[in-house]
Write a protein that binds this ligand. Structure first.
Ligand SMILES: [Zn+2]
Length: 61
């Protein structure tokens, strides 16, 4: 068994219900987690909101 866990990210864009999941280990820091998510084109916004790649390109920030 691995210790990997999954975090669900939900897009906070208008009328957007995009979701993604990231596996991360307990040793992973929040900074590393954010780096992983930006590899997929997701962006973390202040206040804990997440924006999917499509909404980011559409200017919903
Ligand atoms: Zn979105």
């Amino acid at each position: 068994m691995t210790a990997a866990r999954y975090v669900a990210l939900r897009c906070d864009g208008p009328d957007c219900y995009a979701e993604t999941h990231h596996a991360f280990s307990d040793s992973m820091t929040v900074t590393e987690l954010r780096a992983t998510r930006s590899e997929d084109g997701w962006h973390a916004r202040p206040g804990g909101r997440d924006i999917c790649p499509d909404c980011w390109k559409a200017g919903h920030r």
